[in-house]
Design a protein around this ligand. Structure first.
Ligand SMILES: [Zn+2]
Length: 209
């Protein structure tokens, strides 16, 4: 694969041929892997903003979620509930993010795990630094997690192979997130937040006694 294409994927997420993009659009699944650089005025800090989003229909799934740099769960800033399923589920704003994106067509899966941080945060406007941690294409999982084998959800992930035919798995810090995103791309009519979690309420108003 060309370097420029990998750079684009690291930054913007998995790339698909136009026909595939059109098919995804028709399903109504809205998965937005793009990250935004935001400025927090009160804290005087630059941060990254991501939207956990996506879901599945029977034959296709596309989902993006976020974890911390060591694979730990992150709290969402805001939970979003939409009338329509398979859209935005939650918003996260952090200094550093690991993005986990998966695409499924029937029993074939693509997985992209990327690390994102800000470079030169002390400057006027920092730059997004994106790095690929794992890229697996055409992985397979025989189990039909969206149908008859739904009971296995959360405990199964696709197998990926390297070009030379060896098993290629994400490193151990990303296994838990991979299991969760596999569940998400098999979750038809998804209204959950599969990776980000409810955290302590950071922004509760302080009421004087
Ligand atoms: Zn779901």
């Amino acid at each position: 694969m060309k370097d420029s294409r990998l750079t684009t994927m690291a930054r913007r997420g998995l790339t698909f041929p136009a026909e595939t993009r059109e098919q995804i659009r028709k399903t109504g699944i809205r998965c937005r892997p793009q990250l935004e650089i935001v400025y927090q005025q009160r804290a005087n800090e630059w941060k990254l903003r991501g939207e956990e989003s996506g879901g599945a229909v029977a034959d296709l799934g596309h989902y993006v979620g976020f974890v911390g740099k060591d694979g730990q769960s992150l709290p969402w800033l805001q939970r979003v509930q939409n009338f329509l399923p398979n859209g935005v589920h939650a918003v996260v704003v952090e200094a550093e993010l690991v993005r986990v994106e998966m695409f499924r067509y029937e029993q074939t899966y693509d997985l992209l795990i990327t690390h994102h941080s800000l470079e030169g945060a002390e400057r006027k406007r920092p730059e997004l630094k994106s790095e690929i941690l794992f890229l697996g294409r055409n992985g397979t999982l025989e189990t039909e997690l969206w149908g008859k084998d739904a009971a296995f959800r959360g405990g199964a992930m696709p197998h990926f192979f390297t070009r030379s035919g060896e098993q290629g798995l994400p490193d151990s810090p990303w296994i838990d997130a991979t299991l969760k995103v596999t569940e998400a791309v098999c979750c038809t009519g998804c209204r959950h937040c599969h990776l980000l979690e409810a955290g302590a309420v950071k922004h509760a108003l302080e009421v004087p006694a």
